[in-house]
Design a protein around this ligand. Structure first.
Ligand code: GRF
Length: 217
């Protein structure tokens, strides 16, 4: 997915923006980076993500609530976005935006989809559902975004163990740490065409877990 003018990434985030920060740290701190975060949007004016964007000198904006996609689409086009990353964005992306950017929008979710995803499954609720189900492994998923919450082709998943002593918060922290490594890696892999989504929805290539120790246990 390479471009002539440098790869331009937009990020939508509703929360603290620690995943956004991981992307900023990976892509916006060196002159020879293959890509740059150039636009950050949020549905919440007080989102920490907007402050992180401002601190990094990235154009940031609040997306209006009655959004049929027209305003968002205009913003993405004005910013010449090549890839839109949803990093803790709680709103459904309007269908016209999906249509215009099909195959160019990805999301990170703090469970091993398709388990523990869908409408209303965000934040601590995901980890509470994981704990009450009794599964012993959870993890993080990055997937293509379509018209539905947490569906779309899965691009990469990294696991973390669930402990008997876990609370939703301790599990969330373990998963979040892995998210911060996984998301920039998947973006790099997309830019370098290491993972490619075919027209029939299958993917070629993969993002293997790194050799560096991650606190998955
Ligand atoms: C992450 O767990 C992400 O997977 C989920 O929302 C959380 C966002 O955290 N979709 P942050 O705002 O990046 O700190």
């Amino acid at each position: 997915m390479s471009t002539m003018h440098g790869f331009r990434i937009g990020v939508l985030a509703s929360g603290s923006g620690s995943n956004l920060q991981a992307l900023i740290d990976r892509f916006n701190t060196s002159a020879n980076s293959p890509a740059r975060i150039v636009w950050v949007g949020s549905n919440k004016a007080n989102a920490g993500a907007l402050e992180r964007a401002r601190n990094a000198g990235i154009h940031s904006t609040v997306i209006s609530a009655d959004n049929d996609g027209t305003a968002l689409l205009a913003q993405l086009r004005d910013a010449h976005i090549d890839l839109l990353v949803l990093a803790g964005y709680l709103r459904l992306i309007p269908a016209p935006v999906i249509t215009a950017y099909r195959g160019k929008i990805i999301n990170i979710h703090p469970s091993l989809l398709p388990a523990f995803g869908g409408a209303g499954m965000y934040g601590v609720r995901v980890h509470e559902a994981v704990l009450s189900s009794g599964v012993r492994v959870s993890g993080a998923t990055v997937h293509m975004v379509d018209e539905h919450f947490d569906r779309g082709v899965i691009l990469a998943q990294w696991p973390v163990l669930v402990h008997a002593s876990d609370t939703a918060n301790t599990l969330a922290a373990r998963v979040l740490h892995v998210e911060h490594h996984l998301l920039p890696r998947v973006v790099e892999a997309i830019i370098a065409d290491q993972i490619v989504v075919q027209d029939n929805g299958t993917i070629t290539g993969e993002v293997p877990m790194p050799d560096i120790p991650l606190p998955i246990r």
